[in-house]
Ligand binder design. Sequence first.
Ligand code: F3S
Length: 306
Amino acid sequence: MENERKPIEVEVASPTGFCFGVKRAIESLEKCIGESAASDGAGKVYSIGMPIHNPQEVARLSRKGLVVVERIEDVPSGAGAFVRAHGVHPSVKKALLERCCGRVTDATCPFVKNAQEKAALLAKEGYSVLVLGDPNHPEVQAIVGCAGEDVSVASSLSEVKGVGKKDRLGVISQTTQKKEFLGAASEVLAPAVRELRIFNTICGATTQRQDAVRKITGSVDGLIVVGGKNSANTAKLVEIARSRNCDTLWIEHSGELDGRWFAGKARIGIAAGASTPDWLIEELKIALETSQVSRGMEGYDGRNDE
Ligand code: F3S
């Protein structure tokens, strides 16, 4: 009975979803929108770039009063502004403070701030600084902005090897970096650098979510990772699951589910990036548990029947 409808067993990775820093940032943004409404009646708060790498949560916040802009010039003078959890380049923060007459809520995550401070310390103490991360990610750009003139970024081991011989080198990681990459980079650098100083700035929340994915891949037939396609930490979860040969589906919301993917699967795992709100995880869980997805059924669109 290939198309017989059978319930799907669902296991949610633990921990998964919103991390401390993102939760804190969203709470402070909502508070800031409320204060803005009370002070000028408009209730608008401006963020340079998306405050969180999750389009669905950004849409929810935009309905409340968040305005996402690309450039500082797009923020009206004197308006309220918001600095997201992964921080901004120091020059952007300075310009925002001036433009908004000090009305800036800085929700940079304390762990990101720690990476920025370590970069500044290394620069102050005369080290060349190497940041292990994605050069295009705003968090890395903000860390680079704190690291003085002699700073470079490596996103792969071949780029780490390209650093060559150095007298004094300090290493910082993007907070969402994989610990294996930091370990491998340290091995490459140790023989080539006379004085090597490494700060492990990988965030515990990231490591825990990655470990939770490693664990769950052993007990499910397939894993659904829910999170923004622009989220670096969600991408890492997908990468880890796939590297363990776990059939992995990356979606932003339950409406993207395709019944064909469930063929032959009895037990499905759910994991979510640190920027995925609980309501999206819950929505997915309910869609899987209450819908009539059957293994082998085609054309399922992720919605319940009613
Ligand atoms: Fe902060 Fe770690 Fe989250 S750095 S924003 S608690 S992933």
